[in-house]
Write a protein that binds this ligand. Structure first.
Ligand code: SAH
Ligand code: SF4
Length: 383
């Protein structure tokens, strides 16, 4: 018998909460850890898979609780190895997660391989970009997700389950370590992570748990458009890395592109970054989407360097991925390189983010809005 939609979700529960539940059901305490490992280490997609749990316990769990699991609605594969997953929530909403594999390479020539925690990184990195909300409330003028508005927050279980569904899909891909298909996570998909702080924090606790997926805090990055109080909270409550979508160098310019600037201006944002705990030689990543004739001049680059002076920062320059219906344009390779050279001349590590999976428009933050309204297009579907 299926549990009601409002039954407690095991996928979102901490190990301690499972302990309480298991005790209430009159089961032995070690069952909590066993459940947690099924859900977060093995990424079980249903309770039926948990074959070493006694049948009556499993039946009771299926009756009184649920295990939120996303359905893989479509997978698009790019020639560069990128895979874009469209996932369906149990209430029929579509979200996306983007898988980006990177081979190990000499750091100096592979900007994406730059990782201050792993100088001379030798291993391949397999990163997943996860969504935190269906839509987004922040209203950035250049972003496709913004056009949806905020539909709802994702639960912690739904955020974590993106990882488990993609892990399951990747396990038999040649060259992928089946024990650890994904090595890195970036919270840069649909939605503003710090606008769904409680569930995002809970998802981090689940995904970084040693009995679960066991990601290292060094390999997890949360990106924000600049919700200042929650930047501080993230710094106090976690050890993950921070990325900030700056995208402009004056408040006049930024407020036009990103309404959040009217609430927390650039000075407040940079101040929060200065106070962010920067242990272990960490740096904050500043994302800067380059928009043709809007924020891409030499003067912008110089102002950006002034703003970041003295901060342990690296800059990710993202040439705009053009969207139908939004009037912004890609400045072109030459302008992008000129912008980069100015930053480097001022001593900043500035990478131009490769446009991953351009043939499938898989850039993070540009995730499909189409599926929400139309009948799902099935591309290489494996529902
Ligand atoms: N809401 C968070 C995380 C998701 S957006 C944030 O804003 O940081 C992830 C990144 O994608 C942001 O840096 C955003 O500026 C960028 N982005 C959004 N739309 C884009 C587009 N069409 N082309 C390039 N980058 C885009
Ligand atoms: Fe939301 Fe980020 Fe898009 Fe802005 S850029 S609308 S914060 S997802």
């Amino acid at each position: 018998m299926a549990a009601a939609a409002n039954a407690p979700d095991l996928r979102s529960a901490s190990l301690e909460e499972l302990g309480v539940l298991v005790e209430r059901m009159g089961e032995k305490p070690f069952r909590a850890r066993q459940l947690f490992r099924w859900i977060h280490h093995k990424g079980a997609g249903s309770m039926e898979e948990m074959t070493d749990l006694p049948r009556p316990f499993r039946e009771r769990l299926s009756r009184d609780t649920r295990l939120t699991t996303l359905a893989v609605d479509a997978v698009q594969r790019s020639s560069d190895g990128t895979r874009k997953y469209r996932l369906r929530t149990e209430d029929g909403k579509f979200i996306e997660a983007v898988y980006m594999p990177e081979e190990p390479g000499p750091d100096a020539f592979d900007p994406e391989a730059d990782d201050e925690d792993e100088p001379g990184r030798k291993r391949a990195r397999r990163t997943l970009c996860v969504s935190t909300q269906v839509g987004c409330a922040m209203g950035c003028g250049f972003c496709m997700t913004a056009t949806m508005g905020l539909v709802r927050n994702l639960t912690a279980g739904e955020i974590a389950d993106q990882v488990y569904r993609v892990n399951a899909d990747l396990r038999d891909v040649p060259g992928v370590d089946p024990q650890r298909p994904l090595t890195n996570l970036v919270y840069m998909g649909m939605g503003e992570p710090l606008h769904n702080y409680v569930n995002v924090k809970r998802s981090l606790d689940l995904l970084l748990h040693p009995e679960g997926a066991n990601f290292s805090h060094r390999h997890v990055t949360v990106s924000t458009s600049g919700l200042v109080p929650n930047i501080q909270r993230l710094g106090e409550e976690t050890r993950v890395k921070l990325a900030v979508s700056l995208n402009a160098t004056t408040d006049e310019q930024r407020a036009r592109l990103m309404p959040v600037d009217k609430k927390w201006n650039i000075a407040a944002l940079i101040d929060a970054c200065r106070k962010f705990p920067m242990k272990y030689g960490r740096r904050i990543t500043f994302e800067y989407v380059l928009l043709k004739d809007v924020n891409d001049t030499d003067a912008d680059a110089r102002r950006l360097a002034d703003l970041l002076a003295g901060l342990p920062a690296k800059v990710n320059l993202i040439p705009y991925n053009e969207n139908p219906g939004l009037e912004f344009g890609d400045p072109g390779a030459e302008r992008v390189q000129a912008f980069r050279r100015i930053l480097e001349g001022r001593g900043f590590a500035a990478m131009v983010r490769k446009n991953r999976g351009r043939d499938i428009s898989a850039a993070c933050g540009q995730l499909a809005v189409a599926g929400q309204k139309e009948a799902p297009i099935r591309l290489g579907a494996r529902a």
